[in-house]
Design a protein around this ligand. Structure first.
Ligand code: ADP
Length: 567
């Protein structure tokens, strides 16, 4: 009987292969032995701290023993409140491998959101960098589930006393002291189901409370494979991971590096362009990952300082649309390729990466169109475009609608701890469409799997019944040499329903005016698409993970705080 004939499948011929579960502990075991010589470098004010993958594995085992001693014996949550550093990586490895669930808390959220997220996740133990002990201490009284706090780095008496103050805290421990003397190997449990939760992250809800996503061992494992293969990561890579470990799994790099043995350079709290460029040089960095705002700052620094970045080949960018002008400037001025990726907390997060097909000539117009797209879906991630009437539109590179995705590292639901209201449960369920995740992103999908997004559904500007893409306008405005940042929102208009308002940050002491910017857009857009309202501002407000925050801009406009110029 041929393949696909009913009877053949019904008989269900079993494979002969082993059913080894896909666990984080396998990544740990592999990475820290086979790639034992690879390094983790953590930046510091004086000398960077260095550790090998081998030692990282040993310390992860010690941490697991210590956590066990503090009562972690099942799928309890262990939180982190940390920068990108070696100890944070140890938690990434140890916590899921021992069967518990890692919850990396976003240190930049507003306290109310942080309290909600930490409580909803339910961490019993939280590992905190000593530089963050102050802000964490302010939250602790509101986190009754937390029994122990582990402080990474020396902890002075005052800090210890502050963290010990709430009654529910049984102990405050010094990280190094806590793990010292513990055995350097751990019998990682093998009876964990690969579908069990390994880690969790929260996305910031546009309305209401943030929503939690619980990643499985299997989803993390397959996602790391997908990222490592698509980016062609190797042991020779030295990667500067600026994207925080608390932002959607640091895009999978911690686990992908275990697969490939790539050295990781962790910036800790030194995220300004100056120390980042020092890391590039001193640590012979070959690649990196961060949001557009980080690379934008770095670009301006490199453009104005003499920094030898000849070893840097690629920088991955994602989280929001990367302006083509940014990519071209890195390419033209510094011979660095930007790789644009798209994803969401709900998609582990990497869904697509923009690597132009090899037939496309480097630096041609077509090349830049591919680079500016959100990229090609990774193997395992399926996508479709759904038209406003709910019908599935063709993946022809032209039909526009909401992008929906599904696959082994796409979440099938949000995490519920039983405390959500009916309205929240309804809101969470509405994000799914017959097994597909509604991304809330609007755009098109080509037959060869490239996504091009025009907007988030909630950012789309509708003027006189026609859509205007805020992303296309922002990209074009940021292509003007005197513009540092630009963000476009739709504002109410009596005649047209909505009109675009562009908020721009200009280079200091420039003579450029908004009329010049409006002229600059002529010919690039239809007349009615060009913004006729402009505001020159000092800085575009940013979200907790460094994206342009349109919510804040809208609020400022509503409060009359923006000085709007009409052109
Ligand atoms: P938050 O909602 O808190 O920003 P995420 O980090 O999960 O949380 O954001 C995911 C969203 O970020 C996507 O749905 C998309 O709108 C946007 N995004 C991510 N990468 C890109 C990209 N390369 N281009 C355009 N938008 C992007």
């Amino acid at each position: 009987m041929g393949i696909g004939a009913k009877g053949w499948h019904a008989e269900g011929m079993k494979s002969t292969m082993q059913s080894t579960p896909l666990l984080i502990s396998s990544l740990l075991r592999y990475g820290t032995t086979v790639h034992g010589e690879s390094e983790v470098v953590t930046w510091a004010a004086d000398e960077p701290r260095r550790t090998t993958y081998r030692d990282l594995g040993r310390q992860a085992a010690q941490l697991a023993h210590a956590l066990r001693r503090l009562g972690i014996d099942g799928d309890q949550r262990v939180g982190t409140f940390m920068w990108n550093n070696a100890e944070h990586l140890m938690a990434y490895l140890a916590v899921p491998s021992m069967g518990a669930v890692l919850h990396a808390l976003n240190i930049r959220l507003f306290p109310q959101q942080l309290i909600y997220v930490a409580q909803h996740g339910g961490s019993e133990i939280v590992i905190v960098d000593n530089s963050l002990a102050g802000p964490f201490g302010q939250l602790l009284a509101h986190l009754p589930a937390v029994r122990h706090v582990i402080v990474n780095g020396p902890v002075d008496d005052a800090t210890r006393a502050a963290l010990e103050a709430p009654d529910h805290v049984e102990g405050v421990h010094d990280f190094a002291g806590l793990i010292a003397g513990e055995p350097i190997d751990y019998d990682w449990p093998e009876d964990i189901d690969e579908q069990d939760a390994a880690s969790m992250c929260y996305t910031s809800g546009t309305t209401g409370n943030p929503k939690g996503v619980a990643y499985s061992h299997r989803s993390n494992y397959l996602h790391s494979m997908g990222v490592a293969a698509t980016l062609a990561m190797t042991p020779a890579d030295r990667l500067l991971i600026v994207v925080p470990l608390f932002h959607a799994n640091a895009w999978g790099f911690p686990y992908a590096a275990m697969v490939t043995g790539s050295t990781l350079v962790m910036p800790d709290r030194y995220l300004q362009a100056e120390p980042l460029s020092a890391m590039l040089v001193k640590e012979k960095v070959t690649g990196g990952a961060g949001v557009p705002t980080i690379w934008n700052d770095l670009l301006h620094y490199l453009d104005t300082h003499d920094v030898d970045v000849s070893l840097v080949r690629t920088l991955m960018v994602g989280g929001s649309a990367a302006p083509p002008a940014l990519m071209r400037a890195f390419h033209d001025n510094h011979d660095i390729e930007i790789i644009h990726g798209w994803g969401m907390t709900e998609t582990s997060p990497v869904g697509s990466l923009a690597i132009p097909p090899p037939r496309v000539e480097v630096d041609s117009e077509e090349y830049w169109t591919y680079k500016a797209s959100q990229g090609r879906l990774l193997c395992g991630v399926e996508g479709r475009i759904v038209a406003p009437d709910g019908s599935v539109a063709p993946s022809d590179g032209e039909s526009v609608g909401e992008l929906e995705v599904r696959g082994p590292w796409i979440t099938a639901s949000y995490y519920s701890n039983g405390t959500e209201s009916d309205a929240e449960i309804g809101e969470m369920a509405a994000k799914f469409d017959d097994g597909w995740l509604r991304t809330g992103d609007v755009g098109k999908l080509s037959a060869d799997g490239f996504i091009t997004l025009t907007d988030r559904a909630k950012d789309v500007i509708k003027s006189g019944g026609e859509w205007i893409s805020s992303v296309e306008l922002e990209n074009a405005i940021m292509g003007h040499p005197e513009v540092l940042e630009a963000s476009v929102i739709g504002v109410a208009d009596d005649k047209w329903g909505e009109r675009p308002l562009a908020s721009v940050v200009l280079r200091p002491e420039t003579a450029t005016t908004v009329a010049d910017l409006s002229d600059f857009l002529e010919g690039k857009f239809a007349r009615w698409q060009v913004p006729d309202r402009w505001a020159v501002i000092d800085e575009v407000p940013k979200t907790s993970v460094g994206k342009f925050d349109k919510k804040v801009l809208r609020a400022r406009y509503a409060e009359g705080e923006l000085e709007v110029v009409k052109t």
